[in-house]
Write a protein that binds this ligand. Structure first.
Ligand code: SAM
Length: 219
């Protein structure tokens, strides 16, 4: 293909200045399968000091988001200069650890992931025991995994796998709001293109959030 994918061999091989020119450094929020970038663009001005990276596998979609961010950065009257958000075209299921160092993330988002309805396609789901180990590695203790979907079966799948994984504990929406994460939750529900589509169709949305637990000692 003419779209050769150049993956960094490790997070410290990523030139973050290319992504976050105003204040280079590794990202703290990751949006996995970010689609058209609605979450990043909504959160950018709310957390101007927080670097955020979207991962999107589709070439055209990731290019669109990159162009969208570039345009926002040069919009004179933009409320912020969107220097803190960026995107990579990447298969997150294979290369997440190439981008995010151990315990570097405080938030990891899986918003309206592809459902892969058929049983034989379940291994393609973005939440699985193997991948959860990678997510727990990238998240710092206390970090939050946000999942939301309009597919009840997928919600139950994600929830049961996260519940069963020893390094994650379920945390209620109420608790997160009490901790000041209400604006993040509002964005999780409504900021993305898929979330808006579900609203237009009067679909239901199922949220499930988990905290990366603190452990006394890890090997
Ligand atoms: N989160 C966005 C939203 O809420 O609007 C997009 C949701 S869309 C249903 C799922 C997205 O995940 C698609 O854009 C798809 O290309 C992307 N995706 C699927 N598998 C992926 C993978 N392995 N790595 C990165 N992105 C992936």
């Amino acid at each position: 293909s003419d779209h050769s994918l150049d993956y960094p061999h490790a997070p410290d091989a990523v030139d973050w200045a290319v992504h976050f020119p105003a204040a280079p450094g590794p990202p703290e929020f990751a949006d996995v399968g970010c689609g058209f970038g609605g979450l990043l663009i909504t959160l950018a001005p709310l957390f101007p000091e927080t670097r955020m990276l979207g991962m999107e596998i589709r070439v055209q979609v990731s290019q669109y988001v990159q162009d969208r961010i570039a345009a926002l950065r040069v919009t004179p009257d933009a409320p912020t200069h969107y220097q803190n958000i960026s995107i990579v075209r990447a298969n997150a299921m294979k290369f997440l650890p190439n981008y995010f160092a151990k315990h570097s993330l405080s938030a990891l988002f899986f918003l309206f992931p592809d459902p892969h309805f058929k049983q034989r396609k379940h291994k393609a789901r973005i939440i699985s025991p193997t991948l959860l180990a990678e997510y727990a590695y990238a998240l710092r203790p206390g970090g939050i995994v946000y999942t939301i979907t309009d597919v009840k079966d997928l919600h139950e799948w994600m929830k049961s796998h996260l519940d069963a994984f020893p390094l994650f504990e379920s945390v209620s929406e109420e608790q997160l709001r009490a901790e000041g994460k209400g604006s993040i939750l509002d964005a999780v529900y409504t900021s993305t293109e898929e979330g808006k589509k579900v609203e237009r169709n009067n679909g239901e949305k199922w949220l499930a959030c988990f905290r990366r637990i603190e452990v006394a000692r890890e090997t």
